[in-house]
Design a protein around this ligand. Sequence first.
Ligand code: PLP
Length: 377
Amino acid sequence: MMIPIARPCLGEEEIREVKKVIESGMIAQGKLVKEFEEAFASYIGSKYAVAVSNGTAALHVALISLDVGPGDEVAVPSYTFYSTASSVILSGARPVFIDVDVRTGTMDPNNLASKITSKTKVIIPVHIHGHPADLDSIREVLGGREICILEDSAQAHGALYKGSKVGSLGEAGAFSFYPTKNMTTGEGGIITTDDEYVYEKARAIRDQGQVSKYEHHYVGFNYRMTEINAAIGIVQLKKLDEFNARRREIASIYTQELSGLVDTPFVAEWADPVWHLYPVRVGRRRDEAVKRLRYLGILARPAYPMPLQKQPVMSRLADRKYNFLHVLFKGVSYSDIETPNAEKLARELLYLPIYSCMKDEEVKEVVEKARRVFKSL
Ligand SMILES: Cc1ncc(COP(=O)(O)O)c(C=O)c1O
């Protein structure tokens, strides 16, 4: 039997609630979406939440609601999933790539300090792998400037930064409910904020720019969540603490059993992570390690393959064939932007399977096989 890298953990309760929605005949955004938003905002400790169709849409809507657009710069970590940067491009602003702390994989505040300009409008720290970024140090770098923090919390539902839930600490937060995330709605996303302006604008942007039926005040999108997704989300949110407790338990078993053989994840003093992914640094023989694990039926995954600014699309942003917003990117080049720590993680990290419904026997099998492979490198 293969052990997957991740899997959604859904049960009878989700099936029952989805069935009820289908039988009701009311499946487009409605009262369950509202109920889910209120429950999520209250869980995170933010005043408001706006549910959308996926996590990329959450970032996109949040940026537009923070009034980001052409002429602005938005700082993003160079090691993260693609949509942290693509959502910035979609908003018309330019991403600026910041190197990461090699131990946590989160945005390095010192590198950020050297890249802030008069055009910087928003910083997007990513709580990568479920480990919170160092938000206080980032805030300190910003000083008194009018720059917002948008927390990309797509991998960190329920993670704590100095005792507070991530997504409640910046001007806005964005979450994803993709099936492999700490909780899922099928596809889905949500924006959290305490700011009434951001909240009202986000509600309109996700729904064709409407402020009331057929009254369009903004250029927006159809990024609505359905009642079916919200029904799943309401059930999953109730299980989230239990899900995260299991992820923490699995992570601590891995760390105990594998430290000494490989670099197990570092936990900063400010962080209480929720381990969306469990990363280990195995050095230059990473690809060989992934190959051997997979051969043994452990579907480990290598890191994101390169710093984001090195993705092929980033050198084509001014080319109409690759970017419909090409006119905004004339002369933009990232070819000389080096982020050595991101480079190192892309080369040396691998992820081991972790999901909340992982059975004890599966955890044991991963440990045994990973020990065998790491010793053989
Ligand atoms: C860090 C990060 N940001 C954004 C996203 C985008 O979320 P989605 O896939 O729901 O669009 C993801 C997940 O896929 C992610 O891991």
